[in-house]
Unconditional design. Structure first.
Length: 503
């Protein structure tokens, strides 16, 4: 491969290499991308498009007819794709009659023979030129900076796979969280089980939000792969089911990790499976009985220091309710007096955590991050993922995260059963102060739900993601449960005065 700032040139030795490029591009493209495929007859345009579509569909047998006569063929896939062949187009203006603009708004457009409607295609497009070269073909890719960065990334991941024993592996989209990380399923060529690729590219620092620091630094969010590897190793050493790390490139943020499975803790209707939640509680109870070191060696040159869940981080997260939820709820921002009172209440609540039990907390111990491993026993039944943001702090935070799952309605009977299970298990370990723990739990539940009540609004208003707002009624209902503890009376009264309650 040769590359410049604006183009990439790849020699494709055969049809297999062409199909592999299509597979890689399927992971790089997003809704709104237009891909113009140029080249002579037989240069491989249709082969590349077919491979891309089959990878997007995760169906090697997907029927991909040539749109030579229909001019356009549409596919309802993970991202909708419209495949245009403009060879028989009578006039460039006819492209709009084929629904090109509408298709581009919500999906990806693959365009063969783009020369037939050059004037009607978006200027911001990906151009792939295919030419015969010896026994193979050469692909030259040109694209705007944003799209080119994505293409370079998927090719860098392909190079990583080639260098780490997975040359020719089949890649499929697994999941992505629209912010830091995305995941792929990697199937080795020939025999071998699926492994998971974590794509965690380094990102520039965001704007300062407090004391000149961006949000991730104040909230102690992991910014590279070292914390994930450190926590995976130390938890596995202590008997927990975390992914084994097979290969890692810390500089690029690419990891190959063990596949723990695909079964979760919810049923087919998205409801909690009590047995699996109770097993998850038992896993937490065991974790909280252990002493996990603050400092974990990762490489000969790097030691990960697990940060403390400190006052600054707690208050900044709780402030999301003040900054985002309150103005959304009532249409007016908090007054100076309301802000001062709210933050003073949180200072008092955090003071009451001084004597709370503190140990490793995983931070996001809830349904998206729990794998159910039915064939295993004990804590090995619970596969743990997405723990890179772990901190040292009140252990009650993790129990609040689990029994008040932000994305799942945990009915009160199960909610109380899970807490009862946890308390019984901790008492059996000895030396457990239930009263202190329950006060800590109420404070951490309130802190987490205040954060989430603001976060859902921020995702709506700042990030254009309205889907998260569906979690608001559940979040406020969970907050009301936290308010049942006498320690939360000042915060409950503040919220009542401010007009914050159940959605």
């Amino acid at each position: 491969m040769t590359a410049t700032d604006t183009s990439i040139s790849l020699f494709l030795a055969d049809d297999t290499a062409t199909a592999q490029l299509g597979e890689d591009l399927a992971l790089a493209l997003k809704a709104g991308d237009c891909v113009a495929l140029s080249g002579d007859l037989g240069a491989g345009k249709s082969s590349l498009a077919r491979a891309l579509l089959r990878a997007m569909a995760d169906d090697a047998e997907l029927d991909v007819p040539s749109p030579t006569f229909t001019l356009v063929q549409s596919y309802e896939l993970r991202i909708p794709v419209s495949h245009f062949d403009l060879y028989r187009l009578g006039d460039p203006s006819e492209l709009m009659e084929l629904g090109f603009d509408e298709a581009l708004q919500t999906g990806i457009c693959l365009v063969e023979w783009p020369e037939m409607a050059e004037s009607e295609l978006p200027k911001e497009r990906i151009v792939i030129k295919l030419e015969h070269e010896g026994e193979g073909r050469r692909a030259t890719i040109m694209a705007p900076a944003r799209q080119m960065a994505r293409i370079r990334r998927v090719l860098a991941i392909r190079a990583f796979l080639d260098a780490n024993g997975y040359a020719g592996a089949r890649r499929r989209f697994l999941t992505g969280d629209a912010s830091l990380r995305a995941y792929e399923s990697i199937y080795p060529r020939g025999e071998g089980s699926r492994v998971i690729l974590m794509d965690w590219p380094p990102l520039p620092e965001g704007p300062a939000v407090l004391d000149g620091k961006p949000y991730p630094k104040v909230a102690h969010l992991a910014e590279n792969a070292y914390p994930f590897v450190a926590l995976a190793d130390i938890l596995r050493e202590n008997g927990f089911a975390t992914p084994e790390i097979f290969s890692v490139d810390y500089e690029q943020g690419i990891l190959l990790i063990e596949d723990l499975g695909t079964d979760g803790v919810l049923d087919e209707h998205g409801r909690p499976i009590a047995e699996r939640y109770r097993a998850s509680v038992a896993c937490l109870a065991h974790l909280h009985s252990l002493v996990i070191p603050h400092d974990i060696p990762v490489t000969p040159d790097h030691t990960h220091h697990i940060p403390d869940f400190d006052r600054t981080a707690m208050k900044m997260e709780a402030r999301l309710l003040l900054d985002w939820h309150l103005p959304w709820k009532r249409g007016t921002p908090a007054s100076d007096a309301e802000r001062a009172d709210y933050l003073a209440i949180w200072d008092q609540l955090i003071d009451q955590l001084d004597d709370a039990e503190k140990n490793l907390l995983l931070r996001d111990m809830h349904s998206p991050n729990i794998i159910w491993r039915a064939a295993e026993k004990g804590i090995q039944r619970i596969g743990l993922i997405d723990f890179q943001d772990a901190m040292i702090g009140p252990t009650s935070y993790d129990l609040a995260s689990l029994v008040q799952d932000a994305r799942v309605t945990i009915e009160r009977d199960l909610h109380d059963q899970l807490i009862s299970d946890y308390l019984a298990l901790r008492h059996a370990q000895g030396g457990f102060d239930e009263a202190k723990f329950l006060k800590s739990w109420a404070i951490m539940s309130a802190q987490r739900n205040c954060k989430l009540a603001g976060l859902w609004v921020r995702l709506l208003q700042r990030d254009g993601k309205p889907g998260y707002l569906k979690h608001m009624p559940r979040t406020l209902a969970y907050l009301a449960i936290a308010f049942e503890h006498e320690a939360l009376a000042p915060l409950r009264e503040w919220c009542e005065k401010a007009g914050i309650g159940r959605a």
